[in-house]
Ligand binder design. Structure first.
Ligand code: ATP
Ligand code: MG
Length: 650
């Protein structure tokens, strides 16, 4: 990568040392921790594990036979016990475990005591429906408390859950049920979205015409009379009826560390989703420890991760991480703009949220809406901000820090994947001086390197492939029923290391900068340019809300840059704007990064978890048939773009 592009990345030169309040009282304030963990990886993770409850202690911390790791071998534990019973026994019976805000404004608070009762009852329901240890249970629910209750009930009896995001279609649901061979499905009659009803049960009825393994369906009544549904006798059962008769006592079953906890399909940004396997002991320890240190969790914190539980972020940092720590976790059913664009900030104000964890795509949307919405609400309870999902453009980082965090809250930019189960590259708020746009350093004990094509570590400021060099407890244990793909996808590009598929560089101070997917890197006349760099340059312009950049085939240059741009409210598209933006990129990065084409878009094609799908934009720009679109949030967006593109190209 050329020096000029590097310069562009580092143009935000302000750094942010930990505030004094964090240095005084942080959960993890020991600078030596990185060395300690690197010297004795097993000892480091064993100490974290010892803070949790084990029915039987492990014989061996790590059994590493590349590419298969086993953690806490011989140990027996239960994550449901650790997330609930451990706290009830430890004096937190009446502490709020889950604060739930419904879209229409209804709310529910479940204490740890409530959670034990509800989870135990539902575990008994599952048993009664024939679910046994080792079975898979599919969950297709809106963001309502029954969702974490169902997950924890599965974990309590040793059944693996497979949560399918409630926004997915019947077809996507059917594919996942069949791949997982799930025996029971848990759903709701419907869910609320911007005042409308999402017809979950109707999708289920359609999906279940082709799912031979499903024997029973449990249906939560969420919308009721607003959308009556069909109940199929013998197959479908109302949640509240089964729960009314269920015993409130169900002891958590001691499970082997390596028993499957859940299956979860990746977002599908780069292709067909992969069914990622996570197991019990290592995942529990990894999410527990990262949650505690990265979010500096104190007993009176109110933690809100705005993700959907249908993604790994929700699994690890709405449900398991916070509850394993005995924290209070907020979950919200609806969207950030309903009934108005200050909804998230109203929730922060209402519950006194002290830590918020969201995504760059959301932050860019808030920027587009304007600062008047956060300004309407009291955000003084916030003390720490987090982000995950895509590289965060420095512009968005500064905005988040300033307008949400009031300039006083550190921002933890956390890099990880469905496959990694836990955050792997991240600041620690009391120890790390932040650089906007950088995820900073590997978590203690995590080995990360940046390789060139030949598998050698690159020099400072050179871009390359991000790889992971040491096993970590929450790492995936495989792709469900596809061991070959597991080896091929993660362990074949370079011998002995995990291939993340992401590009990164490390600056002279040793900070990691994520540069986007390696498949998205553009090669213009021999210069490798990260899509993220050009996008950040575009977003840096005050007229631009969001940008997606791709490479298109070019006769002379090999590849040329095409940019799809969404403008801020009130900005005018047109030839003048195109010229102005091209010049802006040239000024920021250099002539080699001048976009060949700029196309204005009302919206960009995104996955349902909010990530820009550049591969579809490449299909559009190169006139190909669109690839897999099943994980798109709104297929119409890319269809519109395709039509516009063809029209403009003549
Ligand atoms: P698929 O693997 O099916 O293509 P996906 O990679 O989008 O989908 P996830 O596991 O949800 O599915 O996302 C992980 C990816 O998200 C990472 O590999 C990385 O590209 C991106 N990512 C997550 N957090 C960050 C971050 N803080 N900075 C940069 N990129 C991030
Ligand atoms: Mg991925």
């Amino acid at each position: 990568m050329s020096d000029r592009t590097i310069e562009a990345l580092l143009r935000e030169e302000r750094t942010f040392p930990p505030p004094a309040s964090f240095q005084r009282s942080a959960v993890m304030g020991d600078k030596q921790i990185y060395d300690t963990a690197a010297r004795d990886l097993e000892g480091f993770w064993a100490r974290a594990a010892e803070e949790l409850h084990w029915f039987k202690k492990w014989d061996k911390v790590l059994d590493w036979k590349l590419p298969y790791a086993k953690w806490f071998v011989g140990g027996q534990t239960n994550i449901s016990y650790n997330c609930i019973d451990r706290h009830v026994a430890g004096g937190r019976r009446t502490k709020a475990a889950i604060i739930w805000e419904g879209e229409p404004g209804d709310q529910r608070v479940l204490t740890y005591g409530d959670l034990r009762r509800e989870v135990s009852k539902f575990a008994n329901v599952l048993k009664q429906l024939g679910v046994r240890r080792g079975d898979r249970v599919a969950i297709y629910l809106p963001m309502i408390p029954e969702l974490p209750i169902a997950m924890l009930a599965c974990a309590r009896i040793g059944a693996a859950h497979n949560v399918v995001f409630g926004g997915f279609s019947a077809e996507a649901l059917r594919d996942r049920i069949n791949d997982a061979q799930a025996k029971v499905l848990i759903t709701a009659d419907g869910g609320w979205r911007r005042g409308n009803i999402v017809p979950l049960k109707r999708n289920v009825d359609e999906a279940l015409t082709g799912t031979p393994t499903i024997e029973n369906v449990v249906v939560v009544k969420r919308v009721g009379e607003a959308a009556p549904i069909h109940i199929k006798e013998g197959r479908d059962h109302w949640w509240h009826r089964l729960m009314a008769e269920a015993s409130p006592v169900c002891e958590a079953v001691p499970l082997d560390s390596e028993e499957m906890l859940y299956l979860l399909y990746t977002s599908g940004t780069t292709g067909k989703p992969k069914g990622i396997i996570h197991t019990t002991g290592g995942y529990m320890v990894g999410t527990y420890q990262t949650m505690k240190w990265i979010f500096d969790l104190a007993p009176d914190d109110v933690f809100w991760c705005t993700a959907d539980i249908g993604w790994v972020t929700g699994h690890s940092y709405i449900v398991y991480g916070p509850l394993a720590n005995g924290a209070t976790t907020v979950m919200y059913e609806g969207t950030a703009d309903y009934p108005d664009k200050d909804r998230n900030w109203a929730i922060v104000e209402k519950y006194g949220v002290s830590i918020i964890y969201t995504a760059p795509t959301a932050i860019r949307t808030f920027m587009k809406w304007g600062t008047e919405f956060p300004a309407k609400r009291d955000l003084s309870s916030l003390r720490l901000l987090g982000t995950v999902g895509e590289p965060i453009n420095p512009e968005a980082w500064i905005w988040y820090h300033q307008y949400i965090g009031g300039g006083r809250c550190p921002v933890v930019d956390t890099w990880w994947q469905t496959e990694t189960g836990m955050i792997l590259i991240t600041p620690l708020p009391a120890l790390t001086t932040l650089k906007p746009g950088s995820a900073t350093h590997p978590f203690p004990g995590v080995g990360a390197e940046i390789f060139n094509e030949q598998g050698q570590p690159v020099k400072a400021n050179e871009g390359g492939y991000l790889v992971l060099t040491r096993p970590w407890p929450a790492m995936l244990r495989g792709i469900y029923r596809d061991p070959d793909r597991y080896v091929k996808q993660y362990w074949s590009r370079f011998p002995g290391v995990y291939f993340t598929g992401d590009g990164a560089k490390r600056d002279a101070d040793g900070y990691f900068w994520l540069l986007g997917r390696v498949d998205d890197v553009i090669n213009v006349s021999g210069h490798r340019i990260g899509t993220y760099e050009v996008e950040s340059a575009l977003v840096d312009n005050p007229a631009v809300a969001e940008a997606a950049v791709i490479g298109v085939t070019h006769d002379i240059k090999g590849q040329a840059i095409a940019a799809f741009v969404t403008l801020k409210e009130g900005q005018k598209p047109g030839p003048q704007m195109v010229e102005m933006l091209k010049e802006h990129v040239v000024k920021k990065i250099g002539a080699l990064a001048r976009p060949e084409q700029i196309l204005f878009a009302g919206e960009l094609p995104k996955t349902r978890s909010g990530k820009i799908m550049r591969r579809l934009l490449r299909d559009v720009a190169e006139g190909r048939v669109l690839g897999d679109t099943t994980t798109l949030a709104d297929p119409a967006v890319v269809e519109t773009l395709k039509a516009r593109y063809e029209e403009e190209a003549g």
